[in-house]
Design a protein around this ligand. Sequence first.
Ligand code: GAP
Length: 429
Amino acid sequence: MEMPEEIFDKVVKIAQSRGFVFNASSIYGGLRSSYDYGPLGVLLKNNIEKMWWKSISNLEVEIYPIDTAIIQSSDVWKASGHVGEFTDPMVDHKPTGERFRADQVPDHIKKEDLTEPRQFNLMFQTNIGPVENENSTVYLRPETAQGIFVNFENVLRTMRAKIPFGIGNIGKSFRNEITPGQFIFRTREFEQMEIEFFCDESEEDKWFDYWIENRLNWYKNLGIPENKLRIREHDESELAHYAKKTSDIEFEYPWGWGELEGIANRGNYDLNAHQESSGKDLRYFDPNIDNKFTPSVIEPAGGLTRTLFAVLLSLYEEEELEKEVRTLFKFKFDLAPIQIGILPLSKKEELIEVCNSIKSELGPYFRTEIDVTQSIGKRYRRQDEIGTPYCITVDFDTLEDKAVTVRDRDSMSQERIKIEDIKSYFDNM
Ligand code: GAP
């Protein structure tokens, strides 16, 4: 039985060597805990994002998409409580000057070597425009959620939205984490997928339960095994300043259970706070009672980059073959960065020509790649290792029988399929 830490190291190594994730600024020695997403990482991230939008586009309730600015007015962060409250207690190790989150000091460090905890705001601060003064201070958003709250009235009015409804937002968020780490699990720049779901206060609990189930199913549907997922309710002391109740969907990472997504009942905290600060009426007019009220909010807040890592960790497999071990990512067809590898048996021009014509036929519908380098066996291994569900091999018989071999990643079984039937073969996946 493999040690979980070994899986972590192997997955990180494959992610880096196969073009999923690169260390940022690597030619300059890298920047600690900053990562770039390579070609396969971008494809995988895009697929997760697409599956997220798809899963919320066809529900019994309407979820409107939005895409809000990273830099908003500083008033947004004052009203939301982030300027005052979005802090972590931090301590310095006096002998070395190293800085830790107060609850994450390594065991070997003595208490007397630490400074008293100080509050450290996690927002990145910068300036807008050519003059630097207190009026030019802005922040990089630490969550996508506030972009939704400050657009609540815009969406309500322009879309004639009726409660209950939600607004979804995906994008980069930034937190000056004191202790980033575990590869892309905790970084200072990351992507979030958040929904704010507006409902009547009397239905808060019903929608809270609904979203936990909906989001848990979504992770299962990505292919993450059920036994690697669990729900954990926050106790009183853990609750964020805005939350009435929160449950996390957790994933069993190699180092233990960790958060994938938080589902919070934010009550009417945010809309009230923005209403008070901005002086704008952010209440909802309910024609049934001929009156206005501030809706309650249920927030499913997930991490896109953190989900990508959970997907890599949980779909990684090793199989003992007769002479070697093959490694693979068992991505589902929809999720796989490359869905179909097209491999000519040799570099002969006639075979490459057939590959090109198959690629132009399948290319508009599927993510395909022609792979010509190295022996066919090595190419199968590479496609397994990047999680390609099917490979089409074009051999010399193809020139005669107009058929190709289709190899299934998981069973390694091979089937001869006529080229003219190849698109409909994959249409049914
Ligand atoms: N609007 C609420 C909110 O932002 P959160 O629990 O702080 O809640 C939501 O963040 C999700 O964003 C987390 O469950 C996690 O998946 C992701 N996330 C938060 N901080 C992160 C970080 N430093 N690196 C990567 N992902 C992070």
